[in-house]
Design a protein around this ligand. Sequence first.
Ligand SMILES: [Zn+2]
Length: 268
Amino acid sequence: MRYIEPHAHMVSRVTDDYERMALAGCAVVCEPAFWAGFDRSSVAGFYDYFSQLTEYEPKRAAKHGIQHFSWLGLNSKEAEDVKLAEAVVALIPQFLGRSNVLGIGEIGLNKNSRNELRVLEMQVDLAARHQQLILVHTPHLEDKLKGTRLILDVLKNDPRIEPGRVIIDHVEEHTVAMVLDTGMWAGMTLYPETKCTPARAIDMLETYGRERLWLNSACDWGCSDPLAVPKTALAMQRRGHLATIVDQVIYQNPQCFLRQCKNFKVAD
Ligand SMILES: [Zn+2]
């Protein structure tokens, strides 16, 4: 089995996890900028984090034969301080030229607050001005439906944004169709408890098809599993899906989206 892990917060993971992922067939890991386990008190904290994502993590992954790419942005959990957000948005362009950067993400909404929405708009504008791909985090549980609608409105109202260059992550049964209908991509996040279990994700693949969908583990500070993607692939095979179909979902689909960024190339 070979697979791409398109959304994993390796900052929260030990080096042994890279080894386990490599053993399971992981060729590429993509790490969106997110909460670092604590709120950062200054723009310098983000400078150090973006340096880690673009300098240190690629080297740590390479030791296990895994390619590492990253997304840059200010996550919605830390978007209440609009002044800090403005400073972070001003900081990001100096990192966009780095060779492992895929685009702006993960941006989005957490509690659907006014300030989060303002910061989302700022970062969509940043992506548009620099012709970057966008990766979007959608809120949890009861805030997800409303938050997803708000996010899609922001993106649809900006004529500079091409839907096929945006992925909306953490979709569930009640949001996946509305995302796919816009022409954007949808990501299913496999968590042991919340978000999506392997069985629910496979149900959705069987219901909505395999176009413009990917699977990820998001493995972060919460209860999560860095091997969720290969475990779900095995569950697909147990349900009778052919190996070529599984390969499309866990290896080819992420490439299809990510190849739109010139930095993304899978080594032979
Ligand atoms: Zn994430």
